[in-house]
Design a protein around this ligand. Sequence first.
Ligand code: F3S
Length: 644
Amino acid sequence: MGKNMTRKIIEDHYVSGSLVAGEEVAIKIDHTLTHDVTGTPAYLSFETLGIPKVKTERSVSYIDHNMLYADNKNPDDHIYLQTVAKKYGIYLSKAGNGICHTVHFERFSRPGITLLGSDSHTPTGGAVGALAIGAGGLDVALAMAGEPTYLKMPFVVNVNLHGKLRPGVSAKDVILEMLRRETVKGGIGKVYEYTGEGVASISVRDRSTITNMGAEMGATTSLFPSDEIVHEFFINEQREQDWIKLGPDEDAEYDEVIDIDLDKIEPLVAMPDMPDNVTEARNLKNIKINQVFIGSCTNASYTDFAKAAVIVDGKVAHSEVSFVVAPGSRQMYLMLLRDGIIGKLVAAGARIIECGCGACCGIGQAPSTDGVSLRTSNRNFKGRGGHLNAKLYLSSPEVAAASAITGYITDPRDFYDVEMLENIIEPDDFIVDDRLIIPPAEDGADVEVVRGPNIRPMPINDPLPETLNAKVSAVRGDNITTDDITPANAQFSALRSNIPEISKFCYGRIDPGFHDRCKTLGQSIIVGGENYGQGSSREHAALAPMYLGVKAIIAKSMARIHKNNLVNYGVLPLLFENQEDYDSIEMMDELEVENIAEQIQTRKVTVKNITKNTSFKTKVDLTDREISIIIAGGQLRYVANKNK
Ligand code: F3S
């Protein structure tokens, strides 16, 4: 049998382990990327490893998330990132150059490489045939240090695309359809490989919308073949030398096949508060909106804005709608300016925000109290827009643009002659200008790393005790997101390099007493429902609880990146063997695990509930290596012990 793309790339980068789906494999990483929020802790961790220069082919540090200079914190962090990059052989993409995922596939990525990024939307790079995986900052720090990356060998799903999208329907609707079918946890442990005759009608930018939001299904990554369309893109990026043809073998083997008829897809919208809560835009025509945001690493391409501009041309945004626009990269921003597209959007009342994440993660442009925001971004969890009292809907730029004018969620086909959108394609004459990408020093030995007062050393966990006795500091429901644990808003993310301060916000939005309770308890255990820790890769969601003394999380199921982050920081992730046991636990119950090190080796851990005088069984879904890391007290201690 032939090989799929995932298998080919993993075999090319194989270091050790098993190539059987579900088992652990270690691979070599070619590229890494970080952004300013996850990058600061990643580089603080990298510095503790004492390595003079990164060992990857290319590592890039992006400044794209929090660019609000309201006090010294962000500008100080940006100087830290710039100097640490210069010293250790890392390229630095300055604030204003664009969103990490967009810029990386425009200017650095290439088909067939492995890319590890400290952001859950790193899979965006699958649009050009790179195996691009999101991870915690510490994993990225270790990859920069030349350590292999460990992952579960994925199950590979072939998404077979038939036909062609109709006018007014876009790539965003394809991935919303996937989410409707697969749900937010349907992709766990899987790679989605898109093939079929329908692939040829989808541009690289539109492919990146689909690979980007594969993260919302919990997938390890998503991949498109590197075909003539990708070749053309590399020619336009003036990087033809980086292109290779890459695709699955004709008779490639897959674990599962999904068929999608592109002609049958409708304009879709994800309703609050989950990206898989999807319905047709036409079903929501009575929903009045207060804000429209076109931007983010999902939908901020040239054609996204060109189509939006055609739809709003000559009209003006509804009087009660704040119309916000943020191009994904400086390259596209310059092209949109050159071609008069930004002018049309401004004429229609759009507020142009700098290239970056901004509104997508609640850094600026928060909706009003109880406001309804329609966004082209990828996440609509409660609070993602900056506060809990807003309702976030997700759609394509076409739906967003039509809705900005009408003031209600609008299917573009009911508003505009969408046949006109058919001819809108990205022009060939890209503007290529890398002057906002700062290369590292040839020899970084003499470069001084500048640290502002908000940059504090990384806390390091203690080794696992023999017996864990701790009270339950929280019992959480299903689908707790990393945004629930540590929000991504401006105030929070400005404290990213200061764990003692950031821990004050841990769970603050849904449980204001959490920080003080943990401090009083000294050490504690969190109990969670299904899909605990889904969403963003934010490792602060593991770091802050660890700093507050959380020793273990016992959940019904757990999101992959969050589980990795917990392991990295020495917090024990346990899964209920019988889910009904979840109901027997209450906050402040005293739990005890004896001989933990011995028990976790057997992959079964018995937890005594001292308060209730009962006990229950949990499973340990960890490899031998991960168990050693947990016992050591986390990766930093583990790697230090290994290198002694
Ligand atoms: Fe940024 Fe939002 Fe993407 S925070 S990296 S634009 S998911």
